[in-house]
Design a protein around this ligand. Sequence first.
Ligand SMILES: NC(=O)c1ccc[n+]([C@@H]2O[C@H](COP(=O)([O-])OP(=O)(O)OC[C@H]3O[C@@H](n4cnc5c(N)ncnc54)[C@H](O)[C@@H]3O)[C@@H](O)[C@H]2O)c1
Length: 249
Amino acid sequence: MTAAKTLKDQAAIVTGAASGLGRAVAGRLARDGVRVALWDRDLDGARRAAEEVGGGACAVEADVTRTDSVRAAMAATREALGTPAILVNSAGILGPSAGIADYPEAEWQRVLEVNLNGTFRCCQAAVPGMVAAGYGRIVNIASIAGKDGNPFVAAYVASKAGVIGLTKSMGKELAKTGVLVNAISPSASETAIFGPLSDARRGRLLANVPMGRMVLPDEVAELVLWLASPACSFSTGVTFDISGGRATY
Ligand SMILES: NC(=O)c1ccc[n+]([C@@H]2O[C@H](COP(=O)([O-])OP(=O)(O)OC[C@H]3O[C@@H](n4cnc5c(N)ncnc54)[C@H](O)[C@@H]3O)[C@@H](O)[C@H]2O)c1
């Protein structure tokens, strides 16, 4: 393993960075001097976010459901910033709320395709460069729903449980390479993923959160910052909760 680096001047990819948690993570990394490639299928949104983030950030169009798009985005990122030392997988969708008997199969496939298969694709594109450099940090945004389970969003829960499993497997596989792979499991945060939230739905989302509030994107970004940094040096394959005391194992 090469000597630990500081975050400053490292190159990072944040997927789903046009909005919500990914956008907050991109901003936090940039504040510590990281040059961030903001990947999103929404290129205009990624451009707006990159402008706000500053610090040499760039926007890259990437649809994580398409291998050709991920490969092209990786090539563009390398060209612009060099080989990324950090990958944060935040692109994700919730999918519909429906009972299992009525859950549309096409929606099931779509949610798995973005949340789980998309995370796999981006990891696959980033890992060889990190292993060759003898250093890397991957942070997957899972969800407390992937540990605890939420009713009526089976595809989302299954996709996030899959991300937790992918993280465990990659963490062990890469443990001696200098590349650490961890995940986080936030409870609900008021981002675009839910669309407009009724009071009733907000109440249901908060019912299991002992602190009784939504997690702020900036709070999530602080945890990701640590996991993406050399200060995180002896943890891999782990999913860290940021869930206001919602429980966990
Ligand atoms: N908000 C929450 O309550 C919460 C809680 C736990 C986990 N998460 C997870 O955090 C991550 C970010 O969610 P968010 O709350 O910021 O949502 P968001 O909707 O604000 O942002 C998601 C981003 O992902 C992008 N995206 C969607 N599909 C994509 C694709 N195929 N390719 C590339 N980009 C794509 C969207 O364009 C958007 O910019 C997701 O993985 C989500 O499951 C969110």
